[in-house]
Design a protein around this ligand. Structure first.
Ligand code: IMP
Ligand code: MG
Length: 176
């Protein structure tokens, strides 16, 4: 059990579980994109650890770019997405994989997908370490998902509670 500010969190996914799953997701991507040249777009901040561990295992030709989006405060999504750092790469006709830490309501990823389609991306798939199906309001679940999880707030492995907890190597969930 750990304490961050006013909240208690309990261990949910261990380092080993996370790393095993990342190898499986990387293997899927390596199969599906074997002969492709791929633009990997990482959504900051929460995805930095996942992206780092995943991208090291990618075997296909790739470019990596970053965007910084914000749609989240405390425990609830705001419903609108701020672009704090935008995409400075041309995406037209490219095969894109978007990496996110967690797809919750899907508002953030939806806004990203909308922008990419407007810029005539060739193809795009989402790869997210965590997915909360019960909170998801979008139409299409991410194609590559590490763990589908209950609708509980989580922290660690890049993900924060009020900017704290990102450096944890395990993932913790809010204690009931
Ligand atoms: P969405 O727009 O509701 O899908 O969520 C967008 C972002 O909010 C995610 O990419 C995360 O960075 C953050 N987020 C969502 N759920 C959690 C959580 O349980 N813990 C920490 N961050 C979260
Ligand atoms: Mg995120």
């Amino acid at each position: 059990m750990i304490q961050i500010n006013d909240k208690q969190f309990e261990l949910f996914l261990t380092k080993e579980q996370i790393q095993d799953k990342i190898s499986k997701v990387a293997a899927q991507l390596n199969d599906d994109y074997a002969d492709k040249s791929v633009l990997v777009i990482v959504i900051l901040n929460g995805s930095f650890m996942f992206a780092s561990d995943l991208i090291k295992q990618l075997k296909f030709d790739n470019e990596v770019s970053f965007v910084k989006l914000q749609s989240y405060n405390d425990f609830s999504s705001l419903g609108n997405v701020l672009e704090l750092i935008g995409l400075n790469t041309d995406v037209e006709g490219k095969d894109v994989v978007v990496i996110d830490d967690i797809v919750d309501t899907g508002i953030t990823i939806n806004s990203m997908l909308h922008k990419l389609h407007k810029k005539n991306v060739g193809s795009v798939n989402v790869c997210s370490l965590l997915f909360k199906p019960d909170a998801f309001k979008g139409d299409e679940a991410p194609k590559y998902v590490g763990f589908s999880i209950p609708n509980k707030f989580v922290v660690g492995y890049g993900m924060d509670y009020n900017q704290k907890g990102r450096s944890l190597t395990e993932i913790y969930k809010l204690k009931d």
